[in-house]
Design a protein around this ligand. Sequence first.
Ligand SMILES: [Fe+2]
Ligand SMILES: [Fe+2]
Length: 422
Amino acid sequence: METVDFDKLKPGMVLARDLFHSDGRLLLSKGLQLDSTHLRVLKIWGIGTVEIEDVSIDSSPSTLEEISPAVLNEAEDLTKKHFSHANVDHPFLRELFRICVQRRAKQLALQKPSEHNPGAISLEKTPETPAKPPAHVSIPKKDLASVLDKIVSLASLPRIISEIDRVISDPRSSAIDVADVIRKDPNLTSKLLKIVNSAFYNFSSRIDTISRAVAIVGTEELGSLALGTSVLEMFKNIPADLVDMKSFWEHSVACGAASRIIASYKNIANTERLFVAGLLHDIGRVVIYLNFPQEAREILLHAQRSNSLLHTTELQLLGFDHTQVGAMLMQKWQLPVILEQTAGYHHQPMLSQYPLEVGIVHIADILVNTLMIGTSGERSVPPVIPEVWTALRFSPEIFTKIVAQVDRQVAEAIHNLFGDGY
Ligand SMILES: [Fe+2]
Ligand SMILES: [Fe+2]
């Protein structure tokens, strides 16, 4: 066992003792293998030193040159599998492929061979992939009307969300009105203050009150953030036995953060709106997992066994997909049209009346699938729609910088939205 300073910690190291916060709470358990998310969270918690199982710290490779060609080849093979549905001849996906091979090679080099985890899939209770796809899967097709019935039976939107939406969409509302509505919910207030004081914003001085947050961040921006945080609160503790919901919301928060970062390169006024759009883009899947668990299990298994994209499998086996369900939910809740459009068209942004915003979420979703930050059930990198990429006019090289920003912001955003348990 060795005591290692925080700045010498590296992914792959194993905790030799339970790690406690100064107030006595257990943070991480003995035996846990640290990954980059743990390291970022340890930084947020201000942990100075950690007891690590005997490892040769200096033997951990920090550059690609130190990684053996065999490991690099393995990383490339695994990445090819992960990109089996992605159009890797496209410049954007070619760049993501390159970034992904590098990240995976570094991860593999830090793991013992027996611990390699190529998929990093967080789906629970899904058996090993068999060699051959099943002969057929038979699920009675549902019609969207029956889904709507199920959605109607979902818990209705908390009043605070409708109030926030009303106050931010009313041009006569002032910053004080927005602050007054948010203050009614102390839990929401403390979450928003944590977020505005985090790396997400990087303000130099501390923001202690909601009125100051509204003044500095902006009325619409803070209102959007409040809306997304409240919807997340509704769903975050839902027990769904098919899917690891923590992983689902990691994917969602990461997509929200990535959408917000990408939007900041396009001079979009309210980037928080894009955070919420990314946060809720796959919410239709939660409805499917909760209301059609049997069918959802078949869909997940079929997609896995036949190596198909999940949303096309949903359509094939169920007769509709999560994008239609998500859009219907947003409509039922009368949330802003942009959220309905993003939930409905993030796999086909050119069909949307907001191709720029929905296109940004499309790119962000592909990015976080590539980086494997959580999963909403999809196991592969989805293909990019070339027209969306062309319309956004990004250069692929900028994504090295965007990935670094996503890495820096996501762990903290997850911690702020979900608390210490994450
Ligand atoms: Fe999706
Ligand atoms: Fe997604």
